[in-house]
Design a protein around this ligand. Structure first.
Ligand code: GDP
Length: 346
C-alpha cells in the first residue's frame, strides 16, 4: 500500500511554460514512468498537487504554463497559500525551444518572490539537454545565468538564491538535480555528510549515498568529489533490490541467521543497537571487483556504498560500523523531522 506523507511538509513547486516537461519530470522521478512513455502523457492543463511518499513529504505542484499567477486575471490566486511554505521553486525551461519568453517570466517571478518570500530557493532546470552537445549546453546555461543575474542586479537584487541545473529525463541528470534541490532543504545536512564521510574512512568505502529509495534521490553523500558514475551504479543497484523484493518479498532476518553468517567474533551483541529486520544486500561489481552494499535505514531511506576492491573480507567489521551509523541516522531524522504544520489550501 502507498504510504501517505505527513501533512505540512516542505513543498517543491514545479513551474514553467507549457510543454517544457513538468509533467514528464514528475512522472519519471516520482512515479517511475519510463522516459519514452512521457511522449504520450497529457500536458499540464491545471494545477496538480502531487504528494509523494518519501521521507521528506515533498509536494509537487505542477502549474500549467499559461497561468500567470502574479498578473491580474479572471482567477485570483491566494499567493500566500501557494508560496507560504514552499522550500523551493523549480522553474523548468525547455532548452530545445526558444526560451526567451520563459526567461522573461522567470525574471518576473523572481522579482515578485523576492519581495515577499526571499527565503525560497529558485532552482532553474535547463531541461531536455539530451541530444545537445556539451558546448551548446554550457553556452545556454551561461546565457540564461548572465541574463537573469544582469536583470536582477539592474533591479538592485544581487543575492537572490537562484541556481541552475542542466537536466534530462533520459539520463540520471534529473535525479541528480532533484537531489541537489532537496539537500538544500535538509536541516543540518553538514552533520549527515560528516557521518557518511566518517563511515567511508573507517570502512574504506569509495563512495556512500543515503538514498530515498522510492525516488532514487540522494539525500546526502560523503565529502569525496562528486562522481556521476558511482551515483548511476548505486541507482541501478537500488532498482535491482526493489525488483528483487517485488518478486521474492521480504522477511525479517533472525539473529541466529545473522550469527551464522558472520561467525565469531563478530556475532557479539552490540548492546541495543543491532537491528535484524532491515533489508540488506551485497554484490560484487563484475567490471571492477568492487563490492557494493545496501542497508535499509527506515521505510524510506537506504544507505548504499561502493567499497574498494577486495574489501569483501572485511564485511563483518563493516557491518558493525554500518549498524552504528544506521542507528545514528535514525536518531538524526527523529530529531530533525518537521511535524504538525498545517497544510494550506488554495
Ligand atoms: P508540461 O506541459 O510542462 O507538463 O510538459 P510535458 O511533460 O507534457 O512534456 C512535453 C514533451 O516534452 C513531452 O513530449 C515529453 O516527452 C518531452 N520531454 C520531457 N522531458 C524531456 C527531456 O528531458 N528530453 C526530451 N528530449 N524530451 C522531453
Amino acid at each position: 500500500a502507498q504510504q501517505q506523507p505527513a501533512k505540512g511538509a516542505p513543498r517543491l513547486l514545479l513551474m514553467g511554460q507549457r510543454r517544457s516537461g513538468k509533467s514528464s519530470i514528475s512522472s519519471v522521478v516520482f512515479h517511475k514512468l519510463p522516459p519514452n512513455e512521457t511522449l504520450f502523457i497529457e500536458s499540464t492543463a491545471r494545477i496538480q498537487k502531487d504528494s509523494l511518499s518519501s521521507f521528506m513529504d515533498v509536494q509537487i505542484w505542477d502549474f500549467p504554463g499559461q497561468i500567470e499567477i502574479f498578473e491580474n486575471s479572471n482567477v485570483t490566486f491566494d499567493i500566500d497559500a501557494i508560496f507560504g511554505e514552499i522550500g523551493a521553486l523549480i522553474w523548468v525551461i525547455d532548452a530545445q525551444d526558444d526560451y526567451t519568453e520563459s526567461v522573461a517570466r522567470l525574471h518576473h517571478t523572481i522579482l515578485n518572490l523576492q519581495r515577499s518570500y526571499p527565503q525560497i530557493n529558485i532552482e532553474v532546470f535547463i531541461h531536455k539537454v539530451d541530444g545537445l552537445s556539451d558546448d551548446y549546453k554550457f553556452d545556454i546555461q551561461r546565457n540564461i545565468t548572465i541574463q537573469i543575474q544582469d536583470e536582477l542586479s539592474d533591479q538592485g537584487i544581487d543575492n537572490a538564491p537562484v541556481n541552475f541545473h542542466l537536466t534530462s529525463i533520459y539520463d540520471h541528470s534529473i535525479f541528480e538535480a532533484f537531489s541537489k534541490v532537496i539537500q538544500k532543504l535538509i536541516p543540518r545536512l553538514g552533520q549527515l555528510e560528516a557521518m557518511l564521510t566518517n563511515l567511508c574512512r573507517t570502512c574504506r568505502f569509495e563512495k556512500a549515498y543515503l538514498f530515498d529509495v522510492n525516488t532514487k534521490i540522494y539525500i546526502a553523500t560523503d565529502n569525496t568529489p562528486e562522481d556521476m558514475s558511482s551515483y548511476e551504479i548505486c541507482c541501478d543497484f537500488v532498482d535491482v533490490i526493489i525488483d528483487f523484493t517485488e518478486v521474492y518479498g521480504s522477511w525479517p532476518r533472525t539473529q541466529q541467521w545473522r550469527d551464522r553468517l558472520e561467525g565469531e567474533p563478530w556475532d557479539q551483541p552490540l548492546e541495543d543497537q543491532v537491528a535484524c529486520d532491515r533489508a540488506e544486500a551485497g554484490m560484487i561489481l563484475s567490471d571492477s571487483q568492487r563490492p557494493i552494499m545496501l542497508r535499509e535505514v527506515d521505510r524510506f531511506l537506504a544507505l548504499v556504498a561502493i567499497m574498494k576492491e577486495g574489501s569483501y573480507d572485511k564485511m563483518p567489521q563493516i557491518n558493525m560500523n554500518v549498524d552504528v551509523v544506521v542507528k545514528g541516522l535514525e536518531e538524526f531524522f527523529r530529531i530533525t523531522k518537521q511535524k504538525n504544520i498545517v497544510e494550506p489550501t488554495i
